[in-house]
Design a protein around this ligand. Structure first.
Ligand code: HEC
Length: 157
């Protein structure tokens, strides 16, 4: 075979390699899909601690949220909602919950929305966020967990 042919094959392989790499990384960033692990005992244990240290002060030691969480505070902000079944955490997909916790509400809504929920991107690692949310999901009744699994299947965000 001629040198030209080899050169051609080689550059084609490089181009394909770059394409695959590029596609993979864009798919990963566009659809940074995370999955909570509410059945994994060690994850739940770690998550419980992370929740107690980072989330409980607002969302409640028992995930009960702040008092009168559906009414605005005098300063116009919303109180922290519960993460148990009486709240709406379970209405949202794993990914959505992860993104809200990591980047904050405004970043995800894409609009100005003053609120008291901190963004955890410089405070917790991705795994720590997933552990805390997995702990939250682990406390829901199995019926709610099943509904939430369905919400995950249907959602792409
Ligand atoms: C300083 C108080 C505070 C702390 C600490 C806090 N949150 Fe929040 N969180 C809020 C408030 C307030 C809201 C409601 C924001 C709004 O919509 O106005 C919220 C909303 C959320 C939501 C969206 C719930 C929904 O149903 O839309 C998630 C998920 C969440 N918090 C997770 C967490 C996790 C996980 C932690 C700990 C790693 C945490 N929060 C720590 C105050 C807090």
């Amino acid at each position: 075979m001629s040198k030209v042919y080899y050169a051609y094959l080689f550059s084609a392989a490089v181009v394909i390699g770059i394409l695959v790499y590029y596609l993979n990384s864009t798919v990963q960033t566009a659809n940074a899909s995370v999955s909570l692990k509410p059945e994994d005992k060690s994850v739940i244990l770690l998550g419980k601690n992370i929740y107690a240290q980072n989330c409980a002060s607002c969302h409640g030691a028992n995930l009960e949220g702040q008092k009168n969480w559906m009414s605005r505070l005098p300063n116009g902000m919303m109180p922290a909602p519960p993460h148990d079944v009486t709240g709406h955490t379970w209405h949202h997909s794993d990914n959505y919950l992860f993104l809200i916790t990591k980047y904050g509400v405004e970043e995800i809504l894409g609009e100005k929305y003053p609120n008291n929920m901190p963004a955890y991107k410089d405070i917790l690692t991705d795994d720590e966020i997933i552990f805390a949310l997995s702990f939250i999901k682990s406390t829901w009744p199995s019926k709610t967990k099943k509904i939430h699994d369905q919400i995950n299947l249907r959602s792409n965000k």
